[in-house]
Design a protein around this ligand. Structure first.
Ligand code: NAD
Length: 396
């Protein structure tokens, strides 16, 4: 099958987009799209009519035409089958992303999938196979790749400022106790109850793989994972469903180590149950320099043992500000969404489709980053055994 590495399709004057999944995350994306010059929201879909009506109101309030409406269990298929649609944007529960992505591409649509794009390796391959067969774009909506520190460090790494990078760390460390009850249904809680492993790896691994040039000169070779006991997780399940009613498998903290073909190591953490400050870690160890994002961004270079003074670090970040951030961040912060990163992500997606450019993230990124969900569980269930990471580019 033909590769979709660097896939570029015919430029689209206007990107006609349909949204599937209008719960907590979807409606904000609908609103962001109303600010994009080269995009029009033409279709809205949710299992239930209420969220669709609420999203129509967003369009109305922004002075846009009403979109076509789809509801019910098969609404998402009918949306994907629309002839006058270029992009399907999915913010549904994790378990549905891959099936929705495959179907949309088979209907000749580009697809953008919320994180993670898939929950099994088989689903990752289904996305890759379908993208290659149909030659359609499939991008995972990994917004952390557009954060200012990550983008500046990406540029610094590409310009050799850290020397040779030997080790990086990332993760999703976010005490979610305030969020569990906000979910319309508890699909993510149920998934975590059933599975060991890093169930939400992409915010951590995404920017790190970009930094290391994964499938752009290096590749993920194998991983080992270990989790802690699920004490806080089990207590949460007991409080929701009754003591002992739902056994909770997912460890309170899951750590994964990945080795790349060029001998770099990656530490990935997933920790969403216990009290802690928000962090995606984002730490870089190079032969000439060190960077660390949380709690305060800082750098150490050459002979240094202490963080460089804060003013010098700010000046460095300004010097290496990524051109994408420089062009968009003021507007992005006005429109909002995680300090503007969501708007920059959507802007870049539409800009690349509009100009007929390869997207910032391709289907191989989506597959590599999402495959950690199942591979980390496999390692844990085998006693923290090494598990190979598939080469989704088939050696390309
Ligand atoms: N990148 C980020 O920062 C970020 C933040 C929050 C959520 N997310 C991701 O966004 C996705 C959605 O999360 P959420 O918090 O909005 O969840 P949610 O449960 O609030 O919303 C999901 C919506 O999908 C709808 N849905 C379910 N089955 C459907 C079907 N068959 N057809 C159509 N619609 C269906 C539900 O009715 C609901 O409205 C998840 O993948 C999550 O991980 C990403």
């Amino acid at each position: 099958m033909d590769s979709v590495l660097r896939l570029a399709r015919k430029p689209l004057e206007n990107v006609r987009v349909g949204f599937i999944g209008l719960g907590m995350r979807g409606p904000a994306a609908v609103e962001r799209f109303t600010y994009l010059e080269h995009a029009t929201v033409v279709a809205l879909c949710d299992l239930y009519p209420g969220p669709v009506a609420d999203a129509q109101k967003i369009l109305r309030d922004r002075g846009c035409k009403p979109a076509r409406e789809f509801t019910g269990p098969d609404g998402w298929k009918r949306l994907s089958e629309l002839p006058d649609l270029d992009l399907v944007y999915v913010a549904a529960p994790w378990q549905l992303h891959a099936a929705m992505g495959v179907y949309a591409m088979e209907c000749g649509k580009n697809v953008a999938l919320e994180v993670p794009a898939a929950t099994t390796v088989e689903e990752c391959w289904a996305l890759v196979d379908t993208a290659e067969r149909t030659q359609m774009h499939c991008m995972m909506l990994e917004n952390s790749c557009y954060d200012s520190f990550e983008m500046a460090c990406l540029r610094m790494a590409q310009e050799g400022v850290f020397g040779d990078i030997v080790h990086v760390e990332g993760g999703y460390c976010h005490n979610l106790s305030a969020y569990w009850d906000k979910y319309r249904d508890d699909w993510s809680m149920r998934f975590s109850a059933l599975h060991h492993g890093d169930v939400y790896p992409t915010h951590g691994i995404g920017p790190l793989c970009q930094l290391l040039g994964i499938h752009r000169g290096d590749k993920l070779s194998y991983l080992v994972s270990m989790d802690s006991a699920a004490l806080a997780g089990q207590a949460l399940a007991d409080s929701r469903y009754g003591a002992g009613a739902v056994p909770f498998e997912n460890g309170d903290i899951t750590s994964t180590l990945i080795r790349t073909a060029r001998g770099r190591s990656i530490l990935l953490q997933h920790s969403v149950m216990t009290p802690q400050p928000y962090s995606r870690l984002y730490r870089i160890y190079g032969t000439r320099g060190f960077a660390n994002k949380y709690p305060v961004p800082g750098f150490v270079f050459d002979e240094g043992k202490e963080y460089m003074p804060a003013q010098e670090a700010s000046a460095l970040l300004e010097k290496y500000k990524h051109p994408v951030r420089a062009a968009l961040e003021d507007r992005a912060r006005e429109i909002g969404g995680h300090d503007g990163i969501d708007f920059i992500m959507d802007y870049r997606l539409v800009e690349c489709l509009h100009k007929g450019l390869p997207l910032d993230m391709d289907v191989y990124d989506a597959a590599e980053w999402s495959s950690i969900v199942e591979l980390s569980e496999k390692s844990i269930l085998g006693g923290s055994v090494p598990v190979p990471v598939p080469d989704f580019t088939r050696g390309r």
